[in-house]
Design a protein around this ligand. Sequence first.
Ligand code: 5GP
Length: 204
Amino acid sequence: MSQRTGILLVVSGPSGSGKTTLCRRLADLGEAHYSISCTTREPRPGEVDGRDYHFLTRGTFESRLAAGDFLEHAEVHGNFYGTLTSEATGPLAEGRDVVMDIDVQGAAQVRGCGDPVIQRALVDLFVMPADEEELWSRLSGRATDSEETIQLRMRNALAETEHWPEYQYRMLSSTREEDFARFQALVTAERMRASRCVSRANRP
Ligand code: 5GP
């Protein structure tokens, strides 16, 4: 039986910041549940439905939106993305930590949501490359994307980066290992937050 309430760790950052890798790695170690988002974009080579995303048609996305199934949703790079409320509330109810890789619009909606369980659990982190040159080289490195897509991502990434002051934590990315060590340190510290600990009197 968990003696603390779960963490909802919302991670944002421009493409190429390495945020997805951080979230996935934490989940792969069994340290957190990775929130699988819904998207209307086409799968990239190697991506698997239900593992990387729930790939939905625009029609299905819209009907789930109308049904109130999403905790947050946003249009990013011309496609819709959204997090099902159940991806967060299910694991949190079991005392599990949840990591969520979403854009700045989605993070703002999660911050503004009225659910006290979500609010108690919420921690947000913005991951960004140390400078523009580094951002450009990371964005150009993804072989599956066209030049036009890279240009669009660069513009979006620069605009997205301006939102870092809205987050509780910011990480300037360095090496993969260094970033992951700092990421784990953040999770470790958040688990010790006194407000998450269930007092003896409240234990079942
Ligand atoms: P990609 O298409 O490269 O996987 O993701 C593009 C962007 O969409 C990334 O910034 C990613 O964080 C964001 N994203 C992925 N899933 C969600 C989601 O469920 N909600 C929101 N708001 N953004 C998402």
